[in-house]
Write a protein that binds this ligand. Structure first.
Ligand code: 5GP
Length: 109
């Protein structure tokens, strides 16, 4: 079995994080080293290591993360933000658990 990453432990609440949104499929929490006024990470509860590992079965996941981030932003009145996936070590991905970065210079209400 693949090693559990820090994000598995955040989902299982073994490691504390500041959760801003959670449902059956997704967890969103504040990045510990924010690179913007609001820097969140949206992760799926179904584990996929990276965009590079997405298959036809898991292709719904990136779109789902984007949709949850879009709805979250609307709810919070944030209308300007960046969404980023880092892919692979050479693409800046440090944690091998697929995640969507949400960055905005607008603060959470
Ligand atoms: P990556 O570089 O893999 O795309 O992004 C991983 C992100 O996870 C980084 O921005 C990093 O600051 C964040 N991160 C790493 N460890 C933790 C942690 O224990 N808690 C939280 N909240 N964020 C973390």
């Amino acid at each position: 079995m693949a090693e559990r990453t820090i994000f598995h432990k955040i989902i299982d609440k073994e490691i504390p994080s500041t959760v801003v949104y959670e449902d059956d499929e997704v967890l969103a929490f504040k990045d510990i080293h924010p690179k913007a006024v609001t820097h969140l990470l949206f992760i799926p509860k179904h584990f996929v290591a990276s965009i590079a590992d997405v298959t036809s079965e898991t292709a719904y996941i990136p779109g789902m993360l984007i949709l949850k981030a879009q709805r979250f932003a609307k709810e919070k009145g944030i209308d300007g933000y960046k969404l980023t996936f880092h892919v692979g070590r050479k693409g800046g991905q440090e944690v091998p658990y697929l995640h969507l970065h949400f960055l905005s210079e607008q603060s959470l209400a």
